[in-house]
Write a protein that binds this ligand. Sequence first.
Ligand SMILES: O=C(CO)[C@@H](O)[C@H](O)COP(=O)(O)O
Length: 218
Amino acid sequence: MSTIIAPSILAADFAELKKEVEMVNRSEAEWLHVDIMDGMFVPNMSFGLPVCEAIDRYNKKVMDVHLMIEEPGRYVDEFAKRGAEYITVHVEACKHLHRDIQLIKSLGCKAGVALNPHSSVSLIEDVLPELDLVLVMSVNPGFGGQSLIAGTFDKIRRVKELIKKTGSKALIQVDGGVKNTNAAELVAAGADVLVAGSFVFSSDDPIKTIADLKADLA
Ligand SMILES: O=C(CO)[C@@H](O)[C@H](O)COP(=O)(O)O
């Protein structure tokens, strides 16, 4: 399977949201990553349901919703109604992680769990067979434009080993500080999906940036 590229709309120009979503539609990216932040679980707020609905009106890619919110189970059905195909929650944000995963799947969505840089890989061991995606945060969540934390490569390898051991079919996604200079090494470590925000949206030609990244990884 070739590496999936998921541009993070957090880095887009929100005043030009329709144009930015249509740019991703024309690109070789397979997914569109949508970051939801509540100012509680993470020290920043992004946007919520109405904006997600607006994105869904134009988006033609797989909508991958990353919930950086406390008790995300309260909102997963609302995001499912607004086009989310993958819904990812954070281990530390859920009181009942297994129940939230079941809820996501009962809505017909694919379920992901995110590990913060400090979160032990062992935290997902018991739910791994239920998961479609493990999101390895390569920065502390809350902001775009940060540098990838070096320990990420080893963490991806440990998640990969656990996936093999448990027979899980989960994809490994990496999010934060992803660029052309680290993408190949992330994939070599075991990443299946690369989220890229500022690297894509701050470039002069985002469509070419995505195409070049795909070509580098082919
Ligand atoms: O979830 C997050 C940040 O919390 C990410 O999705 C960022 O949006 C990635 O941005 P870059 O590091 O690629 O600029």
